[in-house]
Design a binder for this molecule. Structure first.
Ligand SMILES: [Fe+2]
Ligand SMILES: [Fe+2]
Length: 361
């Protein structure tokens, strides 16, 4: 038996079991029957509450998402913020307004994420490997809140100015009120499953997949100009996590549609939800996004429409804005790490994963 107190060298010298010494169990008919029963009882929702074990894994996409999120573990405090403290004073009025507004909106959005996941999404899931992926997502969302707090403290921001902005700006508040109304449909074991899946569609594909993803961009555009580079770097890590959340949400919705075809959202419903969310985004962006070098409201909205189309296409639905199918931000994929390149501003590579040495340029 291994003991944590044993010296490592002593452990290495111990005889390791070989193929010959391993004990093999031939599955007997009863084992196979039991495994088949578990497979039948394990369901995304409404499954047996006795299927608490991970294996036999039924939903491999969820297990993969869980493993990926563990490998992507990162800590905001590993990114020093000193450079941003110096460049903060160089921002002009428009850049400062856009930076503060989008940053403050992201902080509140991430806080809402955690509550929705814990109180609504997770509650109904009965497949353990899917539940674990949701718990891992919850943890990642707490890391994101930690990141914002680290930025706020490092750059001496007024906490109230950031965290309470949604209370003062109706356009921000309207987005969150709409979001809460949608995600209420996710809550409660006894609620209608179709409402639950529609809530997941809003939450994963619109809230995270469009609103959240789009709001990184004004700050990324500053980062591309070597302004607020470290904040941008924090957001790149968050964006990498978020792209994983959207992929997981897409897989979860598709799997639910396969198990419960009656919950499939029809195109007009999806378009209605997306259209309402886009109206709120436009009103918000008109307030938040001021003209900056290389980025303005029109560019922001074109990118938002591109994202909206992409999320609908992800689920086999037709785009809402057929005229907006091309990406307008040439650096978008590089920023969120889809393209496996080192980012150009010569900081840490965002493909960093645990289990390997940190790579620095
Ligand atoms: Fe997040
Ligand atoms: Fe997320």
């Amino acid at each position: 038996m291994l003991n944590w107190d044993d010296p490592l060298e002593q452990i290495k010298q111990r005889k390791q079991p070989t193929a010959d010494t391993k004990v093999h169990f031939e599955p007997v008919a009863a084992d196979r029957e039991a495994a088949a029963a578990v497979d039948g009882e394990k369901r995304l929702v409404g499954g047996s509450d006795l299927t608490a074990n991970i294996a036999p894994i039924k939903y491999h996409w969820a297990w993969d998402a869980y493993i990926k999120s563990q490998r992507n573990f990162w800590l905001p405090t590993e990114i020093g913020m000193g450079e941003d403290l110096m460049t903060l004073g160089k921002l002009n009025d428009n850049e400062r307004h856009t930076f503060f507004t989008t940053f403050a909106t992201l902080t509140t959005a991430d806080a809402l994420h955690q509550r929705n996941l814990a109180l609504a999404v997770y509650e109904r899931i009965t497949a353990p490997e899917v539940g674990m992926a949701v718990i891992a997502q919850m943890h990642q969302e707490t890391i994101h809140s930690m990141s914002y707090q680290h930025i706020i403290e490092s750059l001496n921001f007024d906490e109230d100015e950031i965290y309470l902005l949604y209370q003062k700006v109706p356009q921000i508040r309207a987005k969150f009120e709409y979001s809460n109304a949608q995600t209420h449909a996710l809550q409660g074991q006894g609620g209608d499953l179709t409402d639950y899946v529609r809530g997941l569609f809003f939450y994963y594909m619109i809230f995270e997949g469009v609103w959240f993803m789009a709001n990184f961009c004004p700050i990324f555009s500053l980062q591309r100009r070597r302004l607020m580079v470290r904040t941008g770097e924090q957001l790149q890590y968050i964006a990498r996590d978020e792209s994983g959340h959207v992929a997981f949400g897409k897989a979860l919705i598709q799997a639910l549609w396969r198990e419960h075809p009656e919950t499939r959202i029809d195109e007009s419903q999806a378009h209605k939800l997306m259209g309402e969310a886009m109206e709120l985004e436009q009103a918000y962006a008109e307030y938040a996004v001021k003209p900056m070098l290389g980025y303005d409201l029109e560019l922001h909205l074109r990118h938002v429409r591109y994202l909206a189309n992409r999320r609908l296409l992800d689920l086999g639905l037709t785009p809402l804005y057929p005229e907006s199918e091309a990406e307008v931000l040439p650096w978008w994929e590089e920023q969120i790490g889809f393209r496996k390149e080192k980012n150009f501003f010569e900081t840490r590579v965002t493909e960093y994963q645990t289990g390997g040495a940190l790579s620095w340029d």
